[in-house]
Design a protein around this ligand. Structure first.
Ligand SMILES: *Cc1c(COP(=O)(O)O)cnc(C)c1O
Length: 349
């Protein structure tokens, strides 16, 4: 999934569909960086970081927020701040926290993962959460936290299912964190406020470096006492940054300029999926194309390597195994769709 790129291929003119993290900061964003007012954020002196943290806290309806280096660091700090050694969190098989974060919570925090298999939409099943919570018994790790994710594989999570999962968690004394790396994609896709979507949870991680187009950064939001703890844990994992206002400026720029336009990414994904699904050998569940991601399966193969074939046509893409994903972002335009579709059709012909 995280295919790397031959060095010779790095260019601004290629169509890159591997991830929405590949977009480059725009001219306006670079200007915002250049003119950002900064200070030493470890001393609490950086006004641009503080402004970003306040805006994200407001956006998410939480008391406070903390600017961090990445989504992985944000989730790690959240877990370290919610759970102690010998405690466990309940998450989902395939969630980012479970699969793509190098087991950080267990390695660095002594926190046990407990991963339930989500339903087809990516939601955790309330009865299974309930059954997973351990009784108070010296045999068991102490169940402390429920971790959700929205969007999951580009799917917008059903708010009623989130609420049901949270209700069970509350009844069992668990705190709740949501990995909302692409939460704003979900909010824009269904026309609800981000604040509404995360109202049932305690803490939220939001990525600025995905569809929002910032080069670096995530924000962790939650209650005041939690963020105080998270600030200490951020320092502990080496994430205390200094004049990071130059990076926070990108986040502020993104929140002002790049949120509503996520709808363009969603429309591009939908339009491209619609065309791809008409090609013999491409299988897409159109129902799963809800935001900026297309998950597809190739039921036949062309000759040689698909990614090499596409690269020769100026398109960077993973190798199908036989499933793969295509991700739309702000450096991918509607004009690029036909070139990609032609590439699929040409290789599969
Ligand atoms: C990308 C992503 C992360 C991690 O973000 P990084 O900035 O790449 O560390 C966490 N959760 C989800 C759902 C993501 O998509």
């Amino acid at each position: 999934m995280y295919a790397t790129l031959p060095k010779l291929a790095v260019s601004n003119h290629l169509i890159d569909l591997r991830s929405d993290t590949v977009s480059r900061p725009s001219k306006g964003m670079r200007e915002a960086m250049a003119s950002a007012d900064v200070g030493d954020d470890v001393y609490g002196d950086d006004p641009t970081v503080t402004a970003l943290e306040e805006q994200v806290a407001d956006l998410l309806g939480k008391e406070e927020a903390l600017f961090v280096a990445s989504g992985t660091q944000s989730n790690l700090i959240a877990l370290l701040s919610h759970c102690g050694r010998g405690e466990e969190y309940i998450g989902g098989v395939g969630y980012h926290i479970a699969k793509y974060e190098a087991g950080g919570a267990a390695v660095l925090g002594g926190i046990s993962p407990r991963h339930l298999t989500p339903d087809e939409s990516g939601a955790l099943v309330p009865e299974e959460i309930e059954a997973a919570v351990q009784p108070d018994d010296p045999h068991f790790a102490i169940s402390r936290l429920l971790c959700l994710e929205n969007t999951f594989n580009g799917r917008v999570q059903d708010q009623a299912k989130i609420e049901a999962a949270c209700a069970v968690a509350r009844d069992n004394g668990l705190s709740i964190h949501i990995d909302g790396a692409r939460l704003l994609n979900a909010a824009v896709a269904i026309g609800r406020s981000a604040q509404e979507l995360v109202a049932p949870v305690d803490t939220v991680s939001l990525c600025l470096s995905k569809g929002l187009g910032a080069p670096v950064g995530s924000v962790l939001a939650g209650p005041k006492d939690f963020i105080a703890k998270a600030r200490r844990n951020r320092k502990m994992v080496g994430g205390g940054l200094r004049q990071s206002g130059v990076l926070a400026a990108c986040g502020l720029y993104a929140l002002h300029n790049n949120v509503e336009r996520l709808a363009d990414d969603h429309a591009n994904a939908r339009a491209m999926a619609q065309k791809l699904t008409e090609i013999d050998g491409v299988e897409i569940d159109m129902n799963s194309v809800q935001t900026n991601m297309i998950w597809l399966r190739l039921s036949k193969r062309g000759e040689g390597s698909f990614s090499t074939y596409m690269l020769e046509r100026g398109i960077i893409i993973g190798e199908p195994d036989p499933g793969m994903r295509l991700v739309c972002h702000l450096d991918f335009s509607a004009d690029d769709i036909d070139k990609v579709v032609d590439g699929f059709a040409g290789w599969l012909r």
